[in-house]
Design a protein around this ligand. Structure first.
Ligand code: PFF
Length: 436
C-alpha cells in the first residue's frame, strides 16, 4: 500500500473549481444542447433543473460524505464504510471505464476542430460542414485526436492532485466562463437569433411530462454533475475536513446549470440563425457552429476560441474520471501514482480503440453513453443514498453535513429526509416507468 500522506485540495475556491471542473464538460456544452434540442428545449431544461435539485445535489452530498470521511479511492471508500457495499465502488470504477471508452473520442473532435480553425482548413474547404464532419469521421483522425486527448489528460493527472488537477482547474475554469459569456453576447446579435431563444425558452409541458424526457433529464443530471460513479467520492477524499459540503454542492450545481443554459443560449440562436435543425443529434455542435462562424468577421478566431473552450472544459472532466481509475489502481494495487496513471492511460487507449473500430459491429459509442448515464449512474446514486442513510451508524450523514455540528444545522435534516425517502424512490420510479 501507498504510505505517503494523502494529498488535499487547497481552499474553498479550489474545491469548487475542481469539482465544477469535473462537472462542467461535454455534458453541458455538447450533450445538453443536443438532448434538449431533441426533447423540446425549455421543457427539457425545466425537468433537468428539477432533477439537479431533487436528485443530483442529494446524491452529490452522499458521495462527498463517503469520500471525505474515508479519504480513499472509490472502492476503498465504500469498503471502509461497509464490506457489504464495496460493490458500489466497483460499479463506479466500471462507470469510469465505460466513460473512458467514448468521452475521449468526442473530446478529440474538438481538438481536431480547434486545429483546423487555427490552420484555416475549416473555412477554406469547399465541402459543407456536414460533409466535412462525415469525412473526418470516416478517417483515422478521430482516434488519433482521442489518443492525444488521453495523453494530455495523463500529463495532468500524473503530476498529482495539487500540482496537476488543482492548478489546471484554477486556470481553465475561469477562462471557460469568460469565453462562453463573450460567445453568448456575440450570438445575440446574429440575424434570426430570436427564433433560437424562443425554441430554448418557451416550454411545451406535454413534452416535459413524457417518461422519456424525464429519464433523459435525470440521466443528464447524473452525467453532468459527475455523480453516481465514484467520481465525487474520489474528489471528496481530497477535501479538507472543514469543507462546507453543502455550499460546495450548491456552488458546483449552480455553475453547471449556468454553463448548460449559457451553452443553450449560444447554440440554439446560432442553429436557427443558420437555418439548421436543433434535432441534429451528437454532431449538433460540430456541424452547426462552424456554419455560424463562417458568416462572422474573424471566423477562424471565433471558431478557434470556441473549440478551445470545449477542449478546456473536457479536459477538467477527463482528468476527473482518469483520477477515479488512477486512485483505484494506486491504492488498491499499491502502485506509485505515475504507474497507476500509466495503467489507466493504456486502458483508456484500448477502450477508445474498441469504440472507434466498432468491434464486433457493436455501436459502443451509444451503448457506453446510454449504460453509464441512464443505468449505472442512476442506480449507483440510488444505492449510495440508501447506504448512507439506512445502513451507516446513526448520525453519519448529520455529522458529515454539519461538520460535527458546526454548520448547516437546519439544512442537514432536509437533505437527510430527501436521501431517505424522496431521492431513491424518485430514481426508482423514473427508472421503472421508463423501462415499462
Ligand atoms: N460531468 C462530465 C461532463 O458533463 O462532461 C462528465 C463526467 C465526468 C461524468 C466525470 C462522470 C464523471 F465521473
Amino acid at each position: 500500500m501507498n504510505e505517503q500522506p494523502r494529498a488535499s485540495f487547497g481552499g474553498k475556491l479550489s474545491v469548487i473549481l475542481v469539482a465544477a471542473g469535473s462537472a462542467i464538460g461535454l455534458g453541458a456544452l455538447w450533450r445538453f444542447p443536443y438532448i434538449a434540442g431533441k426533447h423540446g428545449g425549455a421543457a427539457f431544461l425545466l425537468v433537468f433543473l428539477l432533477s439537479v435539485l431533487v436528485v443530483g445535489i442529494p446524491v452529490m452530498l452522499a458521495e462527498f460524505a463517503v469520500g471525505r470521511h474515508t479519504k480513499k479511492n472509490a472502492v476503498g471508500a465504500f469498503r471502509a464504510l461497509s464490506k457489504r457495499w464495496s460493490w458500489l465502488g466497483y460499479s463506479g470504477v466500471l462507470g469510469a471505464l465505460l466513460i473512458s471508452g467514448y468521452y475521449y473520442l468526442i473530446a478529440g473532435w474538438s481538438l481536431e476542430y480547434f486545429i483546423s480553425s487555427v490552420t484555416g482548413d475549416m473555412f477554406s474547404s469547399t465541402l459543407s460542414y456536414k460533409e466535412q464532419f462525415d469525412l473526418f469521421q470516416a478517417s483515422w483522425k478521430p482516434l488519433l485526436c482521442g489518443i492525444l486527448f488521453i495523453l494530455m489528460t495523463h500529463f495532468i493527472v500524473s503530476r498529482g492532485v495539487e500540482k496537476g488537477i488543482e492548478k489546471a482547474s484554477k486556470i481553465m475554469m475561469p477562462a471557460l466562463l469568460i469565453i462562453l459569456i463573450i460567445m453568448a453576447v456575440r450570438v445575440a446579435f446574429m440575424p434570426g437569433a430570436s427564433e433560437g431563444y424562443s425554441f430554448f425558452l418557451s416550454c411545451d409541458f406535454a413534452e416535459a411530462f413524457k417518461a422519456e424526457t424525464i429519464m433523459m433529464a435525470m440521466g443528464q443530471a447524473f452525467f453532468s454533475l459527475s455523480v453516481g460513479m465514484g467520481c465525487m467520492v474520489t474528489y471528496a477524499s481530497y477535501f479538507k475536513q472543514n469543507n462546507n459540503m453543502v455550499s460546495t454542492s450548491f456552488n458546483v450545481s449552480i455553475l453547471t446549470l449556468f454553463v448548460s443554459v449559457l451553452a443553450g443560449l449560444v447554440i440554439f440562436p446560432a442553429v436557427f440563425s443558420a437555418g439548421l435543425q436543433p434535432t441534429e443529434g451528437p454532431s449538433l455542435v460540430f456541424v452547426t457552429l462552424p456554419e455560424i462562424f463562417k458568416g462572422m468577421p474573424l471566423a477562424a478566431v471565433w471558431s478557434a476560441i470556441f473549440f478551445l473552450l470545449v477542449i478546456l472544459a473536457s479536459l477538467t472532466s477527463t482528468i476527473s474520471f482518469h483520477e477515479v481509475l488512477t486512485a483505484y489502481f494506486a491504492e488498491e494495487f499499491g502502485l506509485c501514482r505515475k504507474k497507476a496513471a500509466f495503467v489507466t492511460t493504456m486502458i483508456s487507449i484500448v477502450l477508445s480503440s474498441v469504440t472507434f473500430f466498432s468491434l464486433f459491429g457493436i455501436d459502443f459509442f451509444n451503448m457506453f453513453d446510454y449504460i453509464t448515464a441512464n443505468i449505472l449512474m442512476p442506480l449507483g446514486g440510488m444505492f449510495t443514498c440508501i447506504m448512507v442513510v439506512w445502513f451507516m451508524k446513526k448520525g453519519f450523514m448529520k455529522d458529515e453535513l454539519t461538520n460535527y455540528g458546526k454548520c448547516n444545522r437546519w439544512f442537514a435534516p432536509v437533505v437527510i429526509f430527501m436521501l431517505r425517502y424522496i431521492t431513491p424512490l424518485l430514481i426508482l420510479y423514473i427508472f421503472i416507468k421508463n423501462f415499462i
